[in-house]
Design a protein around this ligand. Structure first.
Ligand SMILES: [Zn+2]
Length: 547
């Protein structure tokens, strides 16, 4: 018997955006990610093209994480007839709610802007890629799970999420395809994070795979340690403040901004003897970042140990005395009226849109100011242009001199670097027989692919857009039936469940919550899933009671 699975690459092939892979088995079609193409006009046009498959045929969309280059075309997918389920982790579902609505708002206002221009020249109007209503409608299809829960999608496919350590909720997808008693395992790395980051847990290692699809955003780059970047950032802020300047930080509203807040909270609250005048105001100027911070707080049961401990101790890591959250446009505009030193953290992270462009317009010319990049800058984006040393840029209809100091703090990157990617592959106990290298500019992907071949002697493929591969018997012989995961016995799980119920029992009196009925599932997977659900609920309850 041969497992008949096709994988087709329909985005993030020799580029970093537009993630979208189609998995076809005998009876089912499944997507992994449905992201938006981003970076410049040419790429953005690709968002308007028809999906290269019949969307009504798709049973499931498996979503690795909430970033728009992985989730951004979901509202379009639903509007065009997708009626399956969008399976992802719970924090990803919560983050998508704000990210997709925000994305829709941008689509609507871009179309409005374009139509104003077209009205003057008598051209036909354009439609937005999708509307706020489309985005809201698409949220109904989300079906969230926790990490480690086994999800049986249908008789041919099961999946499980592992923590990718990239942003809150980000997942590696383990996918098992079954046919005639045979099983093939495909692993999708999603976006992998750097270990040792604030708030979220480290990326998890995977034991085995027959095939691997791996990202390569930094396949040709190594980052400096996160700690060095944090120290540099604080040094830049202090140095800029002392000469009377302000610091502008274009930052992704979801993830990076919360990490910055978390680190600044640690600095301002736990460093003794900071002079009062050095506590310059830190503004978070992005309504989405404000909303995202709320979603983070709601999902603290998924945080790493340090962050959970801070919260249980009673410190809110997203609040300190000189931190201000800005919501309205008026407040945002007024930030540039005063020349008092300050830090403005604003989106978008690549300065391609959003409020940060206003702040750049008002601050680029002043040599006392600093501009700090804390994330990936795609080719063609304003961020990349500034980083490459442009002396003048066109911004909101004006040509602006670039005089301020520009820094690139690579250590903040949310993506695993070359060393981390290779180590992650090395930790597979049973190595994949073939590795598809995706989600990177071509030179990054090619470099990583060559390194993998040299180091592990594994065949690699850097697919082109629309390339399709069949996993068939002609392939190198499949290693199957080796289960090397440490298996908890059903009895262990039942004991652990008893333990969790006991802890609930001790807390319900204080919380006023109803005691939960014990449900003992028969099926091993369901039992384990239930245990994971309850462990999260228990943590949430602990956090709630600690406040
Ligand atoms: Zn990402």
């Amino acid at each position: 018997m041969v497992i008949n699975v096709d994988i087709q690459f329909l985005g993030a092939a020799k580029m970093v955006t537009g993630s979208n892979y189609l998995i076809t088995t005998d009876n089912h079609k499944i997507l992994v990610d449905c992201g938006m193409f981003q970076g410049n006009e040419e790429k953005e046009k690709m968002n308007y093209m028809d999906f290269p498959y019949d969307v009504t045929d798709i049973d499931y969309l498996i979503l690795t994480h909430a970033h728009i280059d992985h989730s951004g075309r979901i509202p379009k997918l639903v509007r065009e007839g997708f009626r399956g389920k969008i399976v992802c982790t719970k924090p990803t579902a919560d983050l998508c709610e704000i990210m997709l609505l925000d994305s829709a708002k941008i689509q609507e206002s871009d179309a409005q802007w374009e139509n104003k221009k077209r009205l003057r020249t008598g051209q036909d109007f354009v439609e937005p890629l999708y509307t706020i209503d489309d985005a809201r409608e698409s949220l109904k299809y989300f079906d969230p799970y926790f990490y480690d829960q086994k999800i049986n999608l249908n008789e041919e496919i099961s999946i499980r999420f592992k923590d990718a350590g990239h942003i809150l909720g980000s997942a590696i997808v383990e996918m098992w395809a079954y046919e005639g008693g045979e099983v093939t395992k495909v692993v999708f790395s999603g976006d992998l994070g750097m270990p040792g980051r604030p708030i979220i847990k480290d990326l998890e290692f995977i034991d085995s795979a027959d095939y691997l699809v791996i990202e390569s955003t930094y396949g040709n780059t190594n980052h400096e340690p996160f700690k060095d970047s944090t120290e540099k950032l604080i040094e830049i802020i202090n140095r800029t403040a002392l000469r009377g300047g302000s610091v502008i930080i274009p930052s992704f509203a979801v993830g990076r901004t919360q990490e910055l807040i978390y680190e600044l909270n640690k600095y301002y609250e736990y460093t003794p003897d900071i002079e009062e005048y050095m506590r310059i105001p830190i503004y978070i100027d992005s309504p989405m970042a404000v909303n995202a911070t709320e979603v983070f707080q709601k999902n603290s049961s998924s945080f790493n140990y340090e962050a959970r401990e801070l919260i249980l101790k009673g410190d809110n890591p997203f609040a300190f005395s000189n931190l201000r959250y800005i919501r309205t446009q008026e407040e945002s505009m007024s930030l540039n009226k005063s020349s008092y030193p300050k830090v403005i953290i604003s989106s978008s992270g690549m300065a391609t849109a959003g409020r940060v462009r206003h702040h750049l317009k008002h601050n680029l010319w002043n040599p006392d100011n600093s501009l700090v990049f804390v994330g990936y800058q795609a080719q063609g984006s304003l961020g990349r242009i500034l980083l490459d040393g442009a002396s003048k840029v066109k911004l909101l209809g004006e040509e602006i001199d670039v005089q301020l100091e520009i820094y690139d703090l690579e250590g903040f990157s949310g993506h695993a670097d070359q060393k981390t990617l290779l180590k992650w592959i090395d930790r597979f106990k049973i190595k994949p027989k073939k590795i598809f290298v995706v989600h990177g500019e071509e030179d990054q992907s090619e470099t990583l692919a060559h390194l993998i071949e040299d180091k592990f002697n594994i065949e690699t493929i850097v697919p082109n857009m629309r390339d399709k591969f069949n996993i068939s018997k002609d392939d190198i012989e499949l290693k199957k039936g080796i289960n090397i995961e440490p298996i908890l016995l059903q009895q262990d799980i039942e004991n652990e469940l008893e333990n969790v119920y006991r802890q609930f029992g001790a807390l319900v009196g204080r919380s006023g919550m109803l005691y939960k009925d014990k449900i003992i599932e028969k099926n091993y997977d369901e039992l384990k899933n239930k245990l994971i659900d309850l462990q999260h609920e228990l943590m949430d309850l602990n956090i709630l009671l600690s406040k």
